[in-house]
Design a protein around this ligand. Structure first.
Ligand SMILES: [Zn+2]
Length: 609
């Protein structure tokens, strides 16, 4: 192994700013036979990170060769333990990304290449384009190939790019997620990308974002496979060495904070305002100077000490502690904080490949979630008291899934950005509202904020059967689009009647009406409206939900049969509504009851303060 003292991008000298000591390869899980074999020697290296004052690239000082973590099995197959599609949130993330790219850059039949295509989680979303994947790990590539996604099982390089060029020609879009930061010979990699890019082609790379790592103390993003820690500043310098330039960038809320970077041949696309804003932010945060990195080191050491104390104290009190999800992040935390199987009984993980193996360095056994659930649900004597969520960036998704554990008195521990314990008392949410949808939660708060009326109560809870779907807008310089209702949406009741468009003039209040035989799904596509739903109960109680929807809050509202609803334009301009009725309009049976606008009091006046 070489110990680089020079920047691997520009050959200037590198300033080391953090050292983690001896670390194993984060994904080199061990078999029982290996642990029992006295001649087996586990691989360790000095994990240190440096900053180049010249090109600004943050990078690992010592490089671990790929064969330490992509390990050939008995048959010589290269295997890797991360399957993208096992994570639900990643599945929907890549669907959104693919749709955004298709809308913005692709015409019918244009070609898309993905480098590091994993199990096809991204490429499978392109129905109108020719796709090709490159994935060196044969066990995951197989899953893509089984879905008819053409996949080359090799490492991407300039050499491979030349072969692809001969066979397939150039590509309109080249995409990679969490790959570029792993590439040891990054100049060779970029040369290969450049070779395969059409003149107006776009290379999109999405990787963890340095600023997020620094601001969330996310030292567990640092491990042997992550060689580079990108800022837009350092990437700008890197791409310019290859006659390429970044023209757009977008922050994504995955992997604890990522940046999606859009790259083209110099001068082909105009730089977006959004990109300029991000670059300005980096400048203000002094990302080009050593100071923020030294500050990070200090905070990481503090975090480590707090976390170790927390775990040791809980253990001394006699608690049983396990881990939830065996990820590379966890390997770093376990080794850096010296957490072994004396402190953590086991780690539960849903990936079958990992079950039965041991974590690198600290050798904590990895078990199926069945063991964890069995202990939780069957109240086995030695029940689990605490579960550490090592994949802390998925904490919300995990907590939502494991509410039963919390209800039975279990608690989760999350170590970043600050160590904290999460118990049932921290979950003051309405069951109907999804924990992982902050936008809906914000709206929920808005509903509570609306003033109360003498004879009715503004409810903080949604009326039974009233449901909302947050809509995602894909915008670019040509325009924008968004989906409204899909037949695979959970809120869709599988009944189609007709779709209507209606325009409401400024100042109009459309009074309350109620349908007994059909549901309504409403979207406000132009302007903004105040939408009110009222449920009257037999005992005289009423429940009222108020929403503000439209351009400023793109949501679809489902109002079931039996709920009064009405709406009013806001901002003194007209509004356009598109709505679906689950039953076609029949003039002989209009299925509509009406009530006066003020039948439930004045819910309409916009109050100040
Ligand atoms: Zn450099």
């Amino acid at each position: 192994m070489e110990n680089y003292l020079k920047c691997k991008i520009c050959n200037s000298s590198l300033l080391r700013f953090i050292s983690f000591g001896k670390m194993p390869a984060a994904n080199a899980y061990l078999k029982k036979e290996e642990l029992n074999n006295p001649y087996f020697k586990e691989f360790f290296y000095d994990m240190e990170v440096g900053f180049c004052e010249s090109c600004k690239m943050v990078q690992l000082v010592n490089i671990v060769p790929y064969d330490k973590y992509i390990i050939p099995d008995e048959t010589g197959k290269r295997n890797y333990a991360f399957f993208s599609s096992t994570s639900k949130s990643m599945e929907s993330h890549f669907l959104d990304v693919a749709k955004g790219i298709e809308f913005r850059f692709l015409n019918y039949n244009d070609k898309v290449l993905e480098i590091g295509s994993n199990d096809g989680i991204f490429l499978k979303n392109f129905k109108n384009n020719r796709v090709l994947g490159v994935e060196p790990s044969e066990n995951v590539a197989e899953l893509a190939i089984n879905q008819n996604i053409e996949t080359i099982t090799e490492f991407f390089s300039q050499e491979l790019a030349k072969k692809i060029l001969l066979r397939k020609g150039k590509f309109k879009v080249i995409f990679s997620a969490n790959v570029t930061l792993n590439i040891i010979d990054i100049h060779d990699f970029i040369k290969g990308v450049n070779l395969l890019l059409e003149n107006d082609g776009v290379f999109i790379t999405e990787d963890p974002y340095l600023i997020d790592i620094l601001e969330t103390n996310a030292y567990d993003q640092i491990y042997d496979e992550h060689i580079w820690y990108f800022s837009l500043t350092s990437l700008t310098n890197l791409f310019s060495m290859h006659n390429l330039e970044i023209f757009d960038a977008l922050k994504e809320d995955v992997h604890g904070g990522s940046m999606k970077v859009y790259v083209c041949k110099k001068g082909v696309y105009e730089k977006t305002e959004r990109l300029k804003k991000y670059l300005e932010e980096e400048k203000q945060k002094c990302i080009h100077l050593i100071n923020p990195y030294l500050e990070f080191t200090k905070k990481v050491e503090e975090n480590k000490n707090k976390f170790i104390n927390l775990i040791k104290n809980l253990k001394n009190e006699g608690n049983k502690i396990v881990g939830y999800a065996a990820a590379s992040k966890g390997t770093i935390v376990q080794n850096y904080c010296n957490l072994d199987s004396n402190l953590i009984n086991y780690i539960s993980d849903s990936t079958p490949y990992k079950q039965g193996l041991y974590t690198p360095g600290k050798h904590i056994p990895i078990v199926s979630p069945d063991k964890f659930h069995n202990e939780v649900y069957n109240n086995i004597d030695n029940n689990v008291d605490y579960a550490i969520i090592f994949a802390w960036n998925h904490a919300k998704e995990i907590i939502e899934k494991e509410q039963e554990f919390l209800k039975r008195g279990g608690k989760f521990i999350v170590h970043l950005p600050e160590p904290r314990i999460i118990g049932i008392e921290n979950l003051q949410i309405n069951n109907k509202l999804k924990l992982n949808d902050e936008k809906i939660q914000e709206m929920h708060t808005d509903i509570i904020k609306t003033k109360q009326h003498s004879d009715t109560t503004q409810s903080s809870e949604l009326i039974e059967g009233v449901e909302i779907k947050q809509l995602k807008i894909f915008a670019n310089d040509q325009g924008y689009l968004f989906e409204t209702l899909r037949n695979d949406d959970k809120i869709y009741g599988n009944e189609f009647g007709q779709v209507l468009v209606s325009e409401i003039y400024p100042g109009v209040i459309k009074g309350f009406h109620l349908h007994e035989k059909h549901d309504e799904y409403t979207v406000c596509v132009k302007g903004n409206i105040k939408y009110i739903a009222v449920k009257e109960y037999a005992d005289g109680r009423k429940k009222i939900n108020t929403f503000v929807i439209g351009e400023k809050n793109p949501v679809l509202i489902k109002v079931p049969r039996g709920v009064w609803h009405g709406y009013m334009t806001l901002e003194n301009k007209s509004a356009t509504l598109v709505y679906l009725m689950s039953r076609p309009y029949n003039p002989k049976d209009p299925d509509t009851k009406e009530k006066d606008v003020f039948a439930f009091g004045d819910l309409w006046t916009v109050r100040h303060g």
